[in-house]
Structure formats: C-alpha cells, structure tokens
Design a protein around this ligand. Sequence first.
Ligand SMILES: [Fe+2]
Ligand SMILES: [Fe+2]
Length: 161
Amino acid sequence: MRTPPSESSFVVSMMALHAELDARFFAHQRALLDRDFGGAAAALADYRERLWRHIADEEEHVLPRYEALGGETTDAPVRLFLGEHGNLRKFVDEFTRSTAALAHTADDRALLALLDREAVFKNLLLHHDLRERNALYPFLAERLPAAEQAAVLALRSWAGG
Ligand SMILES: [Fe+2]
Ligand SMILES: [Fe+2]
C-alpha cells in the first residue's frame, strides 16, 4: 500500500525539526520553573535564533515552491503561514523582554504572567505546526520532485548545530 503523503519521510523529517525547536523552548520554560532567569534568557535566545532561521528558510525556500505548485488554491494560502510567522516572532520578542526584566525583579506575578502568555504562544504554535503537518508539507511531498525535496531538506535550519 502507498504511504500517505502525511507519513512520507519528507513530512516526518520536517516535523522532527519542529520537535527539536519545541525541546529548546521547553529548556527555556524549565529554567523559568527553576527561577534560573539567566538560563531561561540564554535558552530563549538559542530558541529564537533557530526559530528565526527556520522561518526564514520556509519563507525564502518552502513557501515560494508551495505557491508555484498551486498552494494558493487550498484552504491554507501562503498569507496564513506568513501571518502566523509574524505573530510567533512578536511573541518571542515579547518573551525576550519579559525574561530580561525577570532577571532584575524575580517577581512572582510577572513570572506567572509570562507563563500565561507562553501558553497562548504554545497554542498558536500548535495550530501552526498542524497546518504545516497536514497541509503544507504533505502537499509538497506529493508534488515536489525528489531532487527539490532533497534541496529543501538540506536547508540550513535542518542542519542543526
Ligand atoms: Fe515549520
Ligand atoms: Fe512555519
């Protein structure tokens, strides 16, 4: 039986990268729980850099291919991904400022407010992940030639490090 596009190795590899990003955000939140605000700031800076790189790769190399192959005619047009990327970036910049402030104040209410905002962010991220898992990457897995899929998989955000 043919493997459904959503279970193709292309999609699985793409989603593994998201799991790697999530693990780095978890490291930030774990440091917050330990009230290690310096560690939380460092982990968030690492996450931010990797998330930015991944978003840039998607916007420069993945979404243009999706658009060229007809992605705009689906329920998940490019502007949805771009809008979500913009919101994700705004949230992470806000968290960077809040975490830096916590390093000075160590205020309980500010810490709880940050965790609440991060819960909103995680919900948005979950929806974004699902849209890419169910729409963007399976669409490309079905239509993008193998050599092009390999080129996408070789982008710098998948290189780790
Ligand atoms: Fe992604
Ligand atoms: Fe994305």
